[in-house]
Ligand binder design. Structure first.
Ligand SMILES: [Zn+2]
Length: 368
């Protein structure tokens, strides 16, 4: 849904006056109006955008926004509790500096909004692992959705069946990501870490453990490419909190104790009070070896069909969408002069000749 003037005014109290406009943008059943809707959208989208800008300016090598990752929103339509697609907005910002952005989505639902936004371009490759079939939401993302025109073979879909466990998921995730990295050679990665792919999720039907989900994050991180890490779905709240806490540790190379320390939400983690309780279910894994072999092979053949690492022409660079100076004034980290303390990490980006190339003073820009 676009940042429409009505989004700023509508509340549960006056919602009746906006019926026509809201139905036009699919606001209603799955995407209700609630108090603070506009602020909610501004905050999660602003945080993703700020992460993208920090990556562009080499202020960090990994940026994390667990409140972002709302991958279903479309340009003119809210969908699946997503109102504004912060991922698309973040990627558009990254494209001002990066020739090739890779989007990876491990939410149980297909990353349809992001795929749709970049379906016709080779500047972004989208790779989504998700449950597919039996009318599972949103209903798109079969293996044969591969992109179109200049974007042909730059959309990758891995449709999975219910009950998938860690070993089976990783036997698919690792080789697919390796092929994607080999063939596409992205200069930046956006990873959507929807936690509804965990076992025991209220809406999901996969059977991943928190360590299995976190292993995907580690696999991607180990390629050492600048990375924007986002949240997404997740409907058993205590496990969403566990998962993203664990993954923050993975991203920081920090071991976290299995014992959850005292905090005001501790009762949510009863009876075990652990970071890694057994969350598996007795559900059968319907993904046979033959089924997965077929997916892996098709994906690999499609990737072989694409032009290696597309490049782009340099043009005028538009300004950053947010001023880092302004955002940093309100950032508590700045009290420690965080940006000076942080080691500046140069992305391994073969597209640019020297470290001045990405500077704002420079006019070099990549065309979208
Ligand atoms: Zn989801």
């Amino acid at each position: 849904m676009p940042f429409h003037r009505h989004t700023m005014k509508v509340t549960p109290q006056n919602v009746q006056q906006f019926t026509k406009q809201l139905s036009m943008f699919n606001v209603g059943d799955d995407c209700p109006v609630f108090d603070g809707l506009f602020d909610f959208c501004s905050m999660y989208t602003g945080a993703t955008l700020e992460g993208a800008i920090k990556l562009n300016n080499n202020h960090c090598d990994i940026a994390v926004n667990w409140s972002g990752g709302l991958h279903h929103a479309k340009k003119f339509e809210a969908s699946g509790f997503c109102y504004v697609n912060d991922i698309v907005i973040g990627i558009l910002e990254l494209l001002k500096y990066h020739p090739r952005v890779l989007y990876i989505d491990i939410d149980i639902h297909h990353g349809d909004g992001v795929q749709e936004a970049f379906y016709l371009t080779d500047r972004v490759m989208t790779v989504s692992f998700h449950k597919y079939g039996n009318y599972f939401f949103p209903g798109t993302g079969d293996m044969y959705e591969v992109g179109a025109e200049s974007g042909r073979y730059y959309s990758v879909n891995v449709p999975l069946k219910e009950g998938i466990d860690d070993a089976t998921y990783l036997s698919c995730f690792q080789p697919v990501i390796k092929s994607v990295m080999d063939f596409y050679r992205p200069t930046c990665v956006v990873l959507q870490c929807g936690a509804d792919s965990l076992g025991s999720d209220r809406l999901g039907c996969f059977n991943l453990s928190i360590t299995g989900h976190g292993e995907c994050v580690k696999v991607v991180k180990d390629y050492g490419i600048p990375m924007l890490v986002l949240g997404g779905g997740g409907y058993t709240k205590r496990n969403v909190a566990r998962c993203w806490t664990y993954e923050t540790g993975v991203l920081l190379d920090e071991q976290i104790s299995n014992e959850i320390p005292y905090n005001e939400y501790l009762e949510y983690f009863a009876p075990d009070f652990n970071l890694h309780p057994d969350i598996s279910t007795k559900q059968d894994n319907l993904n046979t070896k033959q089924y997965l072999d077929n997916i892996r092979q098709t994906v690999h053949e499609n990737l072989r069909g694409l032009t290696n690492s597309p490049s782009v022409q340099m043009q005028d660079i538009p300004p950053d969408l947010l001023s880092l100076e302004n955002t940093e004034e309100q950032d508590p980290d700045v009290q420690n002069h965080q940006d000076e303390v942080d080691k500046r990490v140069e992305p391994p980006n073969e597209f640019y000749d020297g470290d001045k190339d990405n500077d704002k003073e420079n006019d070099g820009f990549l065309d979208v």
